[in-house]
Design a protein around this ligand. Sequence first.
Ligand SMILES: NC(=O)C1=CN([C@@H]2O[C@H](COP(=O)(O)OP(=O)(O)OC[C@H]3O[C@@H](n4cnc5c(N)ncnc54)[C@H](OP(=O)(O)O)[C@@H]3O)[C@@H](O)[C@H]2O)C=CC1
Ligand SMILES: N[C@@H](C=O)C(=O)O
Length: 270
Amino acid sequence: MSNSKTLIGTALVTGASAGIGATYADRLARRGYDLILVARDAGRMEALAGKLRTETGRKIEVLPADLTKAADLAKIEARLATDPAITLLLNNAGISLNGSLLDNDGAKLEQLIALNITAPTVLASAAGKQFVAKKSGAIVNIASVLAVAPELFDGVYSGSKAYILNLTLGLAEKLQGTGVYAQAVLPGATRTEIWAKSGKDVNAFPTDWVMEVDDLVDAALVGFDKRETVTIPPLADESQWVAYETARKAMHGVLSRRDVAARYRQKIAA
Ligand SMILES: NC(=O)C1=CN([C@@H]2O[C@H](COP(=O)(O)OP(=O)(O)OC[C@H]3O[C@@H](n4cnc5c(N)ncnc54)[C@H](OP(=O)(O)O)[C@@H]3O)[C@@H](O)[C@H]2O)C=CC1
Ligand SMILES: N[C@@H](C=O)C(=O)O
């Protein structure tokens, strides 16, 4: 929890052309945010921007960028660093892999790491510095439940989402008392294009596994309003997460030691 109050201002949303990002854009505009929409497909973003301008009267800017390209990423980073109107960064753009670590070449793996890890890190850093200087703002990072369940999926994608969870937990700690809020959202399977784009048929999953994107985003915004650091919309029993975090944190004081644990000590032959 944090005591920060996040001013309505401009939200910069990555991955705003489809799915979770486009749905956040809709909800944030209806909450009174002006928007900067970032993704590659300018046409889709212009269509969404036109609709939201008409329906909400908000100022909506379309800023096409391929966040795996250094020059495009630097352009968005510079905007976050210099535009004082921005009060919220939604780090949402992401891809999944078709197949696993063993089925993909290095270029595909690097593309995922560039989009799912490098881009949100660089953008969170730029926004975080700006928000701390202003003593207000919010950074929302879209992770995944796979951050804590790597056995259920491929380790490259789930590892990128574990990174996002770690990044957010570490950032939230650093932001204590600054007036700036950081949230990690961990969706489970959600009905969007990401599945088809990575060669999977989401409609083949058992229906009670898959959340609708509107439900996911509305729930994530409830977590945002509560100033949760971690929001897991599909997890029914919150005490399971609390127990997991408690067990993890209970190790903090014993993880760094001069002495080797007894089970690793070798007997030295006389
Ligand atoms: N759907 C699900 O089941 C789950 C999704 N997530 C996460 O949610 C986030 C959103 O995914 P979701 O909405 O499902 O997926 P979609 O495929 O529907 O949307 C992905 C968005 O990312 C953008 N994007 C893709 N590549 C790039 C790029 N190189 N540069 C800039 N933008 C890019 C796409 O736009 P464009 O193609 O125009 O560039 C699109 O707007 C991701 O981080 C994903 O990992 C987490 C858990 C579950
Ligand atoms: N987006 C999904 C995998 O591709 C997930 O995070 O569950």
